[in-house]
Design a protein around this ligand. Structure first.
Ligand SMILES: NC(=O)c1ccc[n+]([C@@H]2O[C@H](COP(=O)([O-])OP(=O)(O)OC[C@H]3O[C@@H](n4cnc5c(N)ncnc54)[C@H](OP(=O)(O)O)[C@@H]3O)[C@@H](O)[C@H]2O)c1
Length: 287
């Protein structure tokens, strides 16, 4: 048994988004080692099959199900949520991990800016669709991989979520991560009368593929900071802790770093902003 953990994840259903690289991949391997039944939401079919093969070759007794969706495509998110719901099984843990950072503004076909759509809206939709499955678990958990980058913005831009004005990589990325934290807070409020918990986290600065699709200049900056970053395995520790530890069975609506609660700035604790964001997000992902 691992430090501060219970054996209880053995045989439990865990869905992870973005498991093909970085922190998500390390989370998938760590939970496979603990015997979880993995449900992996990936966007790249080839990488998803390679990942399943790698997991099954190192952990023979586990089960790995693949779900293919781009989180920026809400119809695809609805389809994979339905695929899980049709299994008629509880969902014990949902790890909202997938993320993207862009140095240029990308508008999706649905009119949303890509970082806000993938990092926040797609996960908002996935989680709300899977709530009944989470409630059927003995003690369902939602783990939201956010970031200290939420500090790069002042608050939610209710008048311009698509960043028509003032797009800049870090503030826009940080805005989507602030949305992650506010989402976790509001969801925790809404689930108060249930055993389901939801907590957000910062994984630390991690050596991963985050931002690698950007231009040469961004790549050079990444290469410069790489030696100072932690490994994906270290970055996954708080996700794994929140997914498995007995210490957090009743902890909800918190923000963690290195497996400990961390106080956030007031912008990430604003109840009214969290409620407004929820209502607006629900409208933006409507069919
Ligand atoms: N790295 C850091 O220093 C750091 C710091 C703070 C927070 N975080 C957060 O940690 C999380 C994981 O990031 P990482 O560093 O591990 O990044 P990464 O190595 O780039 O991995 C990101 C994962 O998300 C998937 N993904 C990206 N866009 C997607 C989309 N549209 N639909 C579905 N899946 C998508 C990627 O799939 P593909 O393999 O198909 O690209 C990949 O599996 C993110 O939420 C990020 O914001 C990272």
């Amino acid at each position: 048994m691992h430090k501060n953990e219970a054996m209880s994840i053995q045989g439990k259903n865990v869905m992870i988004t973005g498991p093909t690289e970085g922190i998500g991949r390390a989370t998938a391997f760590a939970l496979a080692e603990r015997g979880a039944r993995l449900h992996l939401l990936c966007r790249n079919p080839t990488k998803s099959v390679a990942l399943r093969d790698a997991l099954l070759s190192s952990h023979r007794d586990i089960s790995v199900e693949l779900y293919l969706a781009d989180l920026g495509d809400f119809a695809e998110v609805r389809r994979v949520a339905r695929e899980f719901i049709d299994r008629n099984e509880p969902l014990d843990v949902l790890v909202n991990n997938a993320g993207v950072i862009n140095t240029r503004r990308i508008l999706l076909d649905n009119g949303q800016e890509q970082m806000f759509a993938v990092n926040h809206l797609g996960h908002f939709l996935l989680t709300t669709l899977l709530l009944e499955s989470l409630k059927r678990a003995e003690q369902g958990r939602v783990v939201v991989v956010a970031s200290e980058a939420y500090r790069f913005c002042r608050g939610i831009r209710f008048d311009d979520l698509q960043w028509h004005r003032g797009f800049s990589a870090f503030p826009t990325y940080g805005h989507s991560k602030l949305a992650n934290i506010l989402f976790a807070r509001e969801l925790a409020e809404r689930l108060e009368s249930t055993p389901v918990t939801v907590n957000a986290l910062h994984p630390g600065g991690v050596r991963s593929q985050l931002g690698a699709q950007n231009n040469w200049y961004a790549g050079r900056i990444l290469a410069l900071v790489k030696p100072f970053l932690r490994t994906a395995e270290k970055g996954a520790e708080t996700s794994v802790y929140l997914a498995t530890s007995d210490e957090v069975t009743t902890t909800s609506g918190e923000y963690f770093y290195d497996c400990k609660p961390k106080k956030t700035k007031p912008s990430a604790r604003d109840r009214e902003e969290a409620r407004r964001l929820w209502e607006l997000s629900a409208r933006l992902v409507t069919d």
